[in-house]
Write a protein that binds this ligand. Structure first.
Ligand code: TYM
Length: 343
């Protein structure tokens, strides 16, 4: 993972990533983020994972649902194999340094940079005047999340790439403006077969919790029957599967199902195709369905079990926030000093 790292050797490798508790985790979140977090943790690198509740409220969230989604997300992290003893798990609002550093970065980032963000354009839609100011400033808060811990590596799905480039721009501009080498230039880690899991109904659209069709996604809370039905009904084409990756060209739905199979079975796409090349979807879909059920149902069962013990989840988040603050607070204090805030 450290190949090609451009960060200064002064920065110890540290992983940070975040997920919004905006209701419902999908197979995209699992393969693009959670599963990879667990793999990273098991390599022994210090890792910090955040439920970004301050980001979630950039669009309206019902308060009771936000609280439920935050706990459920924490349960999702743990059920996916993230050990709260090894990694730090916490919710963003409980470490006020995130909002404090974000304000500094609001003053470093330029309006033009923010306006170019595709997520801003997509989420604000045609009615930008009516979008929240928080939605516009969203990427500066994300940069604060990462840089508050001097994180060097950020594992994310493909859709976060532009935000991570902006994080690098903010770090570079801050360092230049103040003549310091204080913030690392963070490396995005976008690796593996499933950094962009697509909708099961339309291979050109990302699998997303906000898609109106529940058949378009596998939820982490789906049971075996729901998973099997969704895979059986997933859109495909009439051709047999190819034996080589080139043969997936122009076949987005086939590519997506093969990518999902590869990521779930910890294989490369090449390895999967060497095995299943020549098979019809009528044969491949049951294989995928069995694999997905085997891998995913223990996670949903464990999430449901953990949700019976909300006090324990809250205690894990509280303890995580304390540990996160121990790292964040000296970095914020140093930032204030660099900027010239008297204390
Ligand atoms: P969010 O909450 O939309 O998604 C969380 C993670 O899941 C990945 N992901 C996917 N990966 C593959 N295929 C998909 N269909 C798919 N859908 C989602 C996302 O890429 C992400 O890694 N802005 C971030 C949250 C954030 C953050 C951060 C991330 C806030 N601060 C600091 C990293 C570092 C977001 O909205 O992710």
């Amino acid at each position: 993972m450290t190949e090609g790292v451009q960060t200064s050797p002064a920065f110890t490798p540290r992983v940070f990533s975040g997920i919004q508790p905006s209701g419902g985790l999908t197979l995209g979140n699992y393969l693009g983020a959670l599963k990879r977090f667990a793999d990273t943790q098991n390599k022994g690198i210090e890792s910090i994972y955040c439920m970004v509740d301050l980001h979630a409220i950039t669009v309206w969230q019902d308060p009771a649902k936000l609280a439920h989604a935050t706990r459920e997300l924490c349960a999702g992290f743990i059920a996916s194999g993230i050990d709260p003893e090894k990694s730090i798990l916490f919710n963003q609002s409980q470490v006020p340094e995130h909002a404090q550093l974000a304000w500094i970065f609001n003053c470093v980032a330029r309006m033009g940079w923010m306006k170019r963000m595709t997520q801003w354009k997509d989420k604000a839609g045609k009615n930008q005047e009516n979008a929240s100011l928080g939605l516009f400033a969203y990427p500066a808060l994300m940069a604060a999340d990462i840089l508050l811990y001097h994180a060097t590596h950020v594992p994310v799905g493909e859709d976060q790439k532009q935000h991570l480039e902006l994080t690098r721009d903010i770090a570079i501009k801050f360092n230049n403006d103040f003549g310091v080498e204080f913030f690392p230039v963070t490396e995005p880690v976008i690796e593996g077969a499933a950094t962009r899991v697509m909708s099961l109904r339309d291979g050109s659209k990302k699998m997303s919790k906000s898609d109106p069709s529940d058949m378009s996604r596998i939820n982490l809370t789906d049971d075996a029957d729901a998973i099997a039905t969704k895979i059986r009904k997933a859109k495909t084409d009439p051709e047999a599967l190819p034996s080589e990756v080139d043969g997936l060209e122009g076949r987005p739905e086939a590519r997506n199902l093969v990518n999902i199979y590869a990521a779930l079975s910890d294989q490369t796409v090449e390895q999967v195709l060497a095995d299943v090349g020549g098979k019809q979807f009528s044969e491949f879909k049951p294989m995928l369905s069995e694999l997905a059920v085997t891998k995913m149902t223990p996670i949903s069962t464990e999430m449901a079990r953990l949700m019976q013990h909300q006090d324990e989840i809250d205690a894990i988040l509280r303890r995580g926030s304390e540990r996160a603050r121990e790292i964040a607070s000296p970095i914020l204090a140093k930032t204030y000093e660099i900027v010239g805030m008297v204390r």
